[in-house]
Structure formats: structure tokens, C-alpha cells
Design a protein around this ligand. Structure first.
Ligand code: CTP
Length: 402
């Protein structure tokens, strides 16, 4: 008999108040059968749909709903629970709990535990068709995705309202499958590898208040970093200025502003790196002169900013590459995409280049999705469909040349 990857894992199962809560009993049973330890947390509304007795019997642990036990007054620590968990699963996740998770409204045990956890988080939405389609729900799910949660998409079918459409919670067997694949041995496929990632834009200062930059948000680079860390790699990100992202524990982030700083830090880490993935949108030019005080419109106004070329970080690392190191770059092109990408790969001594075309809808800066073609040193190419940036990250790591 094969052992499930969930064997011995600690799973917090959060159950919220939707009709699909009845399926959580089966989900609990399947998780226990796979060898996992399951701690159920119910929201107060969930208790209207399924009894805690059913779930505590199936999980073999008292169900937690409140911060304090009504009988003994014992305090349930959301921090301890969050840290105990290897996986934090919310199934079913109602529109309301999704919104609370997205915005950090910590008014119950489930959401406080979510905010305390460092575990991988899986959310299986279940709600009526119209609620599922509402822009608010779409937006909140996008926020959760951006925070690193895996959304186990709702299925289509007949709903409690007797309407038919998307909104049914995914079947418990499939939820277990998603969890098993997340914890399967491939997840450790980069164990012992050092991965260096450049991410985000660079900012090239003109004076203390102005800079030259680009629209990069860093999403793609951070998605690759999280995926590599989830596969066991020791990850360092050299990151230009970006917003806040979910970060897998253990990732080291070195913050930089300019291309020169990024080059310096990337070179500093490169020697003992096994795989370097250069996802940063490095500004190709910087002002030749950086004014130390603000340029005033009236007094010392300037009409032109003289620019000088920035070093090419990818090409610099490519020239220093030693056997056994893998170097991956990106190419953002608007025309002659494949030719240009292949030329870039050769010029920078890359082993693979991830080609984005700005002509593809859903690809490029700031989106949660990307459509890429992986181009290899032998000239072969693999075109992938539109996917979420975390799925693209997984594809990139699955296809790394040896
Ligand atoms: N890159 C880099 N340093 C630079 C410019 C680019 O490391 N100064 C890296 C990017 O991180 C990416 C790859 O090189 O992995 C290609 O970047 P791209 O902007 O598409 O190419 P460029 O070389 O800048 O060429 P062009 O702008 O002419 O298309």
C-alpha cells in the first residue's frame, strides 16, 4: 500500500457556514484515512449546518469555535494552531469568510488562526452562482491568490438555490488530491539547491524625488521564489522596489533600488547559486548624473536628462557561469518574439528564456496571469496556455534544463 504524502501532516480544517459544510464530514474522514492529523475549526455559523459532534468524532479531536472553551474557560491559542499546521484548509469557504481573510477581519477563531499561520493555505469556495460571479468575490479571491493561497476552484452544477452554475464546493476526493499533490515528493525536488531570483523593477534616481523606472510589479519573480521554496530550495530574492507579497518562510530578500545595486547583490550571491532566474525588469538606462538635491523648476531647471547604459545583469552572470549552474532569463517582446528571445538567450549565455509577448491578453505587467513560451538553448520552444503566475512558476521549475 502506498503511503499518502499527507501521512503525519497537521491539517487545520476550517469550516464555514454554507450548505456545503455537510461535505466537510467526508473531507475530514478522507484526511484522517490518509494519515493526517486534523484539527477542525468551525465558524459560529458553520454549526448551524453540521454538528461539532460529527466532526470531533471523525477527527478524533474536540472541534474549536470560540477563543475560550465554554466548560473549562481554557484559552485556545490561534497562534499555536496556526504554527502547528502544515496545511490550512478552508472548505467550504463562504463569500463572507473569503472577504474576511482577504481583508484581515479577525473576528473569529478561524480568521485569527489564518492570520497566524505560516502553513500553505487552501481555500475551497462554495456559494450561490450570483455571489460567486460578483466582482467583490472575484476581487477577494484575487487578493487571496496574491497572498499565496491556493484556490481550489468551485465546480459547476446544481446549487442549493436550485440555480445551476459555478459555486459547488469541489468534491472532498478532489480537495484531498490537490493537497496530496502539494505535499507530494516533487515538492522536495529542489531540496539542497540554492536558487537566486531577481524580481521587480529597478529605479534609477534623477534627484532625491524623481526616478526612471517601469511598470514591473514583481509578481512573477515572487511567484517563482515561493514555488522554488515550496520545493525545498534555499531561495534568495534580489528585489527592486515592490509592494507586499506573501513570502514562503525561509526566503531571504535583499532589497535594492537601482540596477547597479541589483548587479552588485546578484553577483554577491551568484558564486554558490545552482539556479539563477532573472525575472527583474532592469532599467536599461540610468541618469548619467544624480543630483543630490531636488531640481527646482525655476532656478536650476533641466531640459534633458543625459542617460548612460546600465550593465546587463543577465549577461554579466552568464559570462561568469560555471558548469552545473543553470541560468534562466525572461524576454518581453512586442514583435519577432521567438527570434528576439533566442538571440537574447545566446547573447546572455542563458539555458532557458521565458518569453512573454505584450500582444497576449492577460500577459505582462501587474496581471495575476501570464502566457509564456519557454525557449531552450537548442532552439526548441514550448508554448503554454494562459495560466496564473503561480502555475507558470511551477511550469518554469518543471522545465528547467538539467
Ligand atoms: N536583464 C538584466 N539586466 C539588464 C537588462 C535585462 O539582467 N540590464 C535581464 C532581464 O532580467 C531578463 C533578460 O535580461 O531576464 C531580458 O530582459 P529584456 O528587458 O527583455 O531584454 P534586454 O536585454 O533589456 O533587451 P531589449 O530591452 O532590447 O529587448
Amino acid at each position: 500500500m502506498t503511503v499518502s504524502p499527507l501521512n503525519g501532516k497537521h491539517i487545520v480544517l476550517g469550516i464555514t457556514g454554507g450548505i456545503a459544510a455537510y461535505k466537510s464530514a467526508m473531507l475530514t474522514r478522507l484526511l484522517i484515512k490518509s494519515g493526517a492529523e486534523v484539527q477542525v475549526i468551525m465558524t459560529p455559523n458553520a454549526r448551524e449546518f453540521i454538528t461539532p459532534v460529527t466532526l470531533s468524532t471523525l477527527s478524533g479531536k474536540p472541534v474549536i469555535t470560540e477563543f475560550f472553551s465554554a466548560n473549562s474557560g481554557e484559552w485556545h491559542s490561534h497562534v499555536d494552531l496556526g504554527l502547528w499546521a502544515d496545511a490550512f484548509v478552508v472548505a467550504p469557504a463562504t463569500a463572507s469568510t473569503i472577504a474576511k481573510m482577504a481583508c484581515g477581519v479577525a473576528d473569529n477563531m478561524l480568521v485569527t488562526s489564518y492570520l497566524s499561520t505560516r502553513a500553505r493555505v487552501f481555500v475551497a469556495p462554495a456559494m450561490d452562482f450570483d455571489m460567486m460571479q460578483h466582482p467583490t468575490t472575484t476581487r477577494n479571491l484575487q487578493l487571496l491568490r496574491a497572498d499565496g493561497c491556493t484556490i481550489i476552484e468551485a465546480a459547476e452544477g446544481e446549487l442549493a438555490s436550485h440555480l445551476t452554475g459555478k459555486g459547488r464546493m469541489e468534491e472532498p476526493e478532489n480537495i484531498v488530491r490537490v493537497l496530496e499533490s502539494a505535499f507530494s515528493p516533487i515538492s522536495a525536488s529542489l531540496a539542497g539547491k540554492k536558487v537566486l531570483i531577481t524580481a521587480g523593477p529597478t529605479q534609477e534616481k534623477i534627484d532625491p524625488v524623481r526616478y526612471i523606472s517601469n511598470y514591473s510589479t514583481g509578481k512573477m519573480g515572487y511567484a517563482i521564489a515561493n514555488e522554488a521554496a515550496a520545493r525545498g530550495a534555499d531561495v534568495t530574492i534580489v528585489s527592486g522596489p515592490v509592494g507586499h507579497f506573501y513570502l514562503h518562510p525561509g526566503i531571504k530578500v535583499i532589497h535594492v533600488e537601482s540596477a547597479l545595486e541589483m548587479l552588485d547583490k546578484a553577483q554577491g550571491s551568484f558564486a554558490d547559486t545552482d539556479i539563477a532566474i532573472l525575472a527583474a525588469a532592469v532599467a536599461d538606462y540610468r541618469p548619467a548624473f544624480r543630483h543630490s538635491s531636488k531640481i527646482k523648476r525655476e532656478e536650476n531647471s533641466i531640459d534633458t536628462v543625459e542617460l548612460v547604459k546600465n550593465p546587463d545583469i543577465a549577461a554579466t552572470l552568464g559570462a561568469a557561469k560555471r558548469p552545473g549552474q543553470t541560468l534562466v532569463g525572461f524576454a518581453l517582446e512586442t514583435d519577432n518574439e521567438l527570434d528576439n528571445a533566442l538571440r537574447k538567450l545566446v547573447r546572455k549565455h542563458l539555458d532557458m528564456i521565458v518569453l512573454n509577448s505584450l500582444r497576449d491578453h492577460g500577459a505582462g505587467f501587474g496581471t495575476d496571469t501570464n502566457k509564456v513560451t519557454l525557449v531552450f538553448a537548442d532552439g526548441s520552444a514550448r508554448e503554454l496556455p494562459l495560466k496564473s503566475k503561480s502555475e507558470v512558476a511551477a511550469d518554469i521549475l518543471d522545465n528547467l534544463p538539467k
